[in-house]
Design a protein around this ligand. Sequence first.
Ligand SMILES: *[C@@H]1O[C@H](CO)[C@@H](O)[C@H](O)[C@H]1NC(C)=O
Ligand SMILES: *[C@@H]1O[C@H](CO)[C@@H](O)[C@H](O)[C@H]1NC(C)=O
Ligand SMILES: *[C@@H]1O[C@H](CO)[C@@H](O)[C@H](O)[C@H]1NC(C)=O
Ligand SMILES: *[C@@H]1O[C@H](CO)[C@@H](O)[C@H](O)[C@H]1NC(C)=O
Ligand SMILES: *[C@@H]1O[C@H](CO)[C@@H](O)[C@H](O)[C@H]1NC(C)=O
Length: 345
Amino acid sequence: MISLGLFLFSSFLCHVATAGRTCPKPEEIPFATVVPLKTFYDPGEQIVYSCRPGYMARNGIRRFTCPLTGLWPANSLRCTPKICPFAGILENGAVRYTTFEYPNTIHFACNTGFYLNGSSSAQCTEEGKWSVDIPVCTPVTCPPPSVPKFATLNDFKSLTKNHSLYGKKAVFECLPHYAMFGNDTITCTEHGNWTKLPECKEVKCPFPSRPDNGFVNYPAKQTLYYKDKATYGCHDTYGLDGPEEVECNKFGNWSAQPSCKASCKLSVKKATVLYQGERVKLQEKFKDGMRHGEKVSFYCKNKEKKCSYTEDAQCVDGTIEIPKCFKEHSSLAFWKTDASDVKPC
Ligand SMILES: *[C@@H]1O[C@H](CO)[C@@H](O)[C@H](O)[C@H]1NC(C)=O
Ligand SMILES: *[C@@H]1O[C@H](CO)[C@@H](O)[C@H](O)[C@H]1NC(C)=O
Ligand SMILES: *[C@@H]1O[C@H](CO)[C@@H](O)[C@H](O)[C@H]1NC(C)=O
Ligand SMILES: *[C@@H]1O[C@H](CO)[C@@H](O)[C@H](O)[C@H]1NC(C)=O
Ligand SMILES: *[C@@H]1O[C@H](CO)[C@@H](O)[C@H](O)[C@H]1NC(C)=O
């Protein structure tokens, strides 16, 4: 037993003596691999460094032989990432990136009114090429707009073309008797479709009814339609409450319903009043009565302060209320000062 152990030990010593010193596991270099990779190497054994896919060798030496000293020589080899071609500009769009190095990804986006034809991102591959073609930003277009029923397309210059660019507008008009519901203008959107089409609906209005003490004129037709007009007037001393002309609106009724209102007879014989900012003699200005809606200001006296102020009175359908503070002087009382001649309060 002893002799066997001795033999093995001596043969081990013998091996070390003939092989010299072994090299350790070689230095690790970022992004590089070593072939073959072992924990120790006999002198004379060769190793080869190579950069991993996507990286390129810079400086240094790639092939080494384990020397008798058992020390690997210093290695200045560097593996640097491959760089993909410049892709930093996208016409009518933008590129988001940090660097164009392997294995980075860059992102693409188009400006409003353009759409991305292609991929929204690309990766720099091991070969130093982009994984996909760089996309292009293509202008958004809309097909020719469809025209709503009972409408005509107005003010649209590119009718002859097959498509419209983003932002282009088209304006519709309804045929006579038809009213527009919705926006008359449509716009080519960034999605390549048009905004909502309006609708044109036929609208009829009832015949307007004759006002008491007045009359109404309208076109002599079987049916009155949207935008037809009617005019009102009153008899004798009656005054119109409302506009003279009304129009059939898109809701199928008239823009207003004027009526005739009675004018006012004045119980006051003599007074100076304010009418539309001017001093007038009531009995002269309104000798035929006062029309419905007309307004005057009467002068009243403040006895304590010996000054005058005004109060309004309006003719409302045949009735006017004279302010209580107003005092009418008898025409014989010529020595009394009229309120309108007293200084204002
Ligand atoms: C996208 O671009 C390619 C060429 O780059 C073109 O052939 C294709 O028609 C385009 N597609 C669209 C939908 O615009
Ligand atoms: C419009 O499109 C039709 C077929 O889709 C084509 O034949 C015609 O040439 C186009 N016209 C224009 C002005 O592009
Ligand atoms: C109609 O649409 C246009 C844009 O398309 C907008 O400017 C306008 O304000 C809209 N009109 C109404 C009444 O909504
Ligand atoms: C236009 O297309 C967008 C996106 O597909 C959609 O959300 C929108 O409702 C469409 N608009 C109209 C008016 O059809
Ligand atoms: C017209 O009709 C609409 C809806 O029926 C109503 O809201 C409106 O007040 C009417 N206008 C007039 C002037 O009668």
